[in-house]
Design a protein around this ligand. Structure first.
Ligand code: IMP
Length: 428
């Protein structure tokens, strides 16, 4: 049975939620492997928009088991709230449909506070984080000062962990103007979280392998995007996890031989939230067109996303570091109505032309995009369900993107509706 990793190929917000929702009727299990409540998947069903931050959007399909793997950092407040909302809408009648790794680290209230305090202290050098405590939670994981979901279940173990951690965290908190940890209050809060989440917490690595052993089809769901990866992204303006396909290995506990395909989700243009270099960024009418027509506001923070043209240099990087075997091109309809559309094929840094990402931040900030210009198209393409139904200019754009990136396109999304897709090749 095929096992497929789905990753964002740009700076996140590529429309992964919709594509994953489209694929999940065909899969038995969806596993999230990194990130936390910094992600936000908007899923549109009829008139209703559901935003999920932690629970994989596969939960909206009855046959699908959803797993939050060990590589995710779990904010129990967000998770409990999402479970409640899903329960009320009738999507979570059986707790075994959602499993949370006992080894996933917990985003504690002090992680959120540290995230905000640190951003404030960085001034102009701030990262523009989502303020969800993601970086501080991963820092504690690596520093071996973290709390794991499994630790919450036993109040004694939880208290002991907090007592070990508190002296070090208190130094950090107070040096930035925050308050020291109140261990009694944290134990009470954690015990309440455990009561509400206990039925979901288990050894998810074992579960994933049981499902693979039973020949189930598994989709590994990435969050954020390739150039937000801690190693392969635009450091330091990145998130704190491995967003690339390799993250699925450590974040879910599977080996590379378990994977059949890697699907990269890519928007027909580029967006980014937060600070950092963005060579194809636009501050003209075309940029406003993309921002407004694409409704480019962050699902998690509501921030206005920065918008720009399609960047092949970025995409080739994503193809390499993820081992992409196919692409899903999203939000193609947003380009409709532009007189011309541009594709960035290379960068120029101090007069030198390059077709790879500059290795340091300063060079990246100076990188100037080299563009190809193509004719745009008029009219509404949201009703197209095959490539033949698209205007000739739109088809040329798709062909050119495929040729330049060198990865075949399997799916094209032509509108926000669940059904607004052109399916060229089914990943499952
Ligand atoms: P953090 O993940 O909250 O630490 O934020 C680090 C950087 O990643 C910031 O630039 C955020 O805007 C960006 N980021 C985090 N999550 C997402 C996402 O789901 N979509 C797009 N950008 C994100």
């Amino acid at each position: 049975m095929p096992n497929v990793i789905v990753v964002g190929a740009q700076w996140g917000d590529e429309g992964k939620g919709k594509i994953i929702d489209l694929l999940t009727p065909e899969v038995d299990v969806v596993v999230r492997f990194q990130g936390g409540a910094n992600a936000g998947h908007t899923v549109v069903i009829g008139e209703s928009r559901t935003i999920l931050h932690l629970v994989p959007s596969g939960i909206l399909h009855e046959q699908c088991r959803c797993i939050i793997g060990n590589g995710v950092v779990v904010d129990p407040i967000v998770l409990i709230d999402e479970c409640k909302g899903l329960h009320e809408q009738g999507y979570l009648p059986d707790p075994t449909r959602l499993a949370v790794s006992n080894h996933a680290h917990v985003v504690m209230p002090y992680h959120r506070q540290l995230d905000l305090l640190r951003e404030e202290s960085l001034g102009d050098a701030k990262i523009g984080t989502t303020g969800r405590g993601i970086g501080p939670a991963y820092e504690d994981k690596v520093a071996r000062l973290g709390i794991r979901c499994g630790d919450l279940i036993d109040a004694k173990i939880f208290r002991k962990r907090l007592e070990t951690i508190a002296p070090i965290k208190n130094q950090q908190m107070t040096s930035l103007g925050g308050k020291p940890l109140d261990i009694d209050e944290l134990v009470a809060t954690g015990t309440d979280w455990a009561r509400q989440l206990e039925s979901h917490i288990c050894d998810t690595t074992l579960l994933v392998h049981q499902e693979m052993g039973a020949n189930k089809r598994i989709l590994f769901e990435g969050a954020q995007g390739t150039v937000l990866d801690i190693d392969h992204g635009t450091y330091p303006f990145v998130t704190s996890s491995n967003t690339v396909a390799g993250g699925a290995m450590s974040g879910a506990g599977v080996g590379p031989s378990a994977i059949d395909d890697v699907l990269g989700i890519v928007k027909a243009y580029t967006t980014r939230v937060g600070q950092g270099p963005f060579p194809t960024e636009l501050d003209d009418g075309a940029g406003s067109h993309l921002q407004e027509k694409g409704k480019e506001f962050g699902a998690t923070t509501g921030r206005r996303r920065r918008c720009g043209w399609f960047d092949v240099v970025l995409l080739k990087h994503a193809a390499r570091v993820n081992g992409l075997t196919m692409l899903a091109l999203t939000k193609l309809d947003v380009l409709s109505g532009l007189k011309t559309v541009k594709i960035c094929t290379a960068y120029e840094v101090d007069g030198e032309r390059i077709d790879y990402l500059p290795s340091n931040e300063d060079d990246f900030l100076r990188a100037k995009p080299v563009y190809e210009e193509h004719p745009g198209w008029e009219g509404d393409i949201t009703h197209a369900r095959s490539l033949d139904e698209l205007p000739a200019e739109t088809r040329s754009y798709i062909d050119r993107v495929t040729e330049l990136v060198g990865v075949p396109i399997a799916l094209v999304s032509v509108g926000p509706e669940r059904s607004a897709n052109i399916i060229i090749r089914k990943p499952f």
